[in-house]
Design a protein around this ligand. Structure first.
Ligand SMILES: Nc1ncnc2c1ncn2[C@@H]1O[C@H](COP(=O)(O)OP(=O)(O)OP(=O)(O)O)[C@@H](O)[C@H]1O
Ligand SMILES: [Mg+2]
Length: 235
């Protein structure tokens, strides 16, 4: 569904990604794990068109179409939604209005079925439909950011650290919901510092270190890998 080939990305003179190649197949949950500053968010921002690769021989393909150089909203229209790090809901807007904004990039008006799908995964949002997004708890804001992304009916959802700053019980809940969204038919690329839970729900994973993929494999194999256990699972 998504393929990255030889992606280099720089911020000015600082090179953040060095020749990243990765693949996400239809139906999978793929995890991208790595320490602070490894380049995880940069990778996601490049996929969704917010950053551009600096090399000519790079290639990003989504559903057999080359998407690099396309405008971010066009990429959303094609069925790729990005939930950025730190959530970024519109604080002065209600939950309902935030969800409507999520459908904005799509052709055609959102129907009740779109709202119902979001309420199915996030019943708490339904209870708070009129509440201003800025007054939601951190966990509820994460749910809203994910619900907003679902309103665009994505085939591929890319999530940047959905567990960040949440209490352990809520983290478990969010991970269960990610699994449910996947089972309901959405492919997922998940960036996480919580490598333990990410590997638990993923089919495959890539490990990013200072802008390079240093390891890839089945999630269950990486979870038992000695180096991974020491570096990322705190064992
Ligand atoms: N806007 C920017 N300008 C300059 N350098 C940046 C910018 N954004 C990121 N970087 C640098 O690029 C590198 C990769 O950053 P990135 O945010 O992709 O890391 P990350 O893996 O998402 O880290 P974290 O786990 O802390 O979110 C870091 O060295 C960072 O300092
Ligand atoms: Mg990041």
């Amino acid at each position: 569904m998504l393929t990255l080939e030889k992606i280099n990305v720089s911020y000015g003179s600082i090179r953040a990604l060095h020749g990243i190649s990765l693949e996400v197949k239809k139906g999978e949950i793929v995890a991208l794990i790595g320490a602070n500053g490894a380049g995880k968010s940069t990778t996601l921002r490049t996929i969704s068109g917010l950053l551009k690769p600096s090399n000519k021989d790079s290639r990003i393909t989504f559903k057999d179409v080359q998407i690099q150089g396309m405008l971010p909203h066009k990429i959303v229209e094609m069925g790729l939604s990005h939930v950025p790090e730190g959530r970024r809901v519109f604080p002065e807007m209600s939950v309902y209005e935030n969800l409507l904004m999520g459908a904005h990039t799509r052709k055609g008006k959102p129907g009740q079925a779109d709202f119902d799908r979001v309420y199915h995964h996030f019943p708490r949002l339904k209870e708070r439909i009129k509440q201003l997004a800025g007054t939601l708890s951190g966990g509820e804001q994460q749910m809203l950011a994910m619900g907003r992304a679902l309103m665009a009916r994505p085939d591929l959802l890319i999530l940047d650290e959905p567990s960040m700053g949440l209490a352990p019980m809520l983290v478990e809940e969010i991970f269960h919901i990610i699994e449910d969204i996947n089972v309901a038919g959405t492919t997922i690329l998940l960036v996480e510092q919580n490598a333990h839970l990410a590997l638990e729900i993923s089919n495959r994973a890539y490990v990013l270190e200072t802008g390079e993929i240093v390891l890839e494999g089945l999630a269950q194999d990486l979870a038992t890998n000695e180096d991974i256990r020491k570096s990322y699972l705190g064992e």
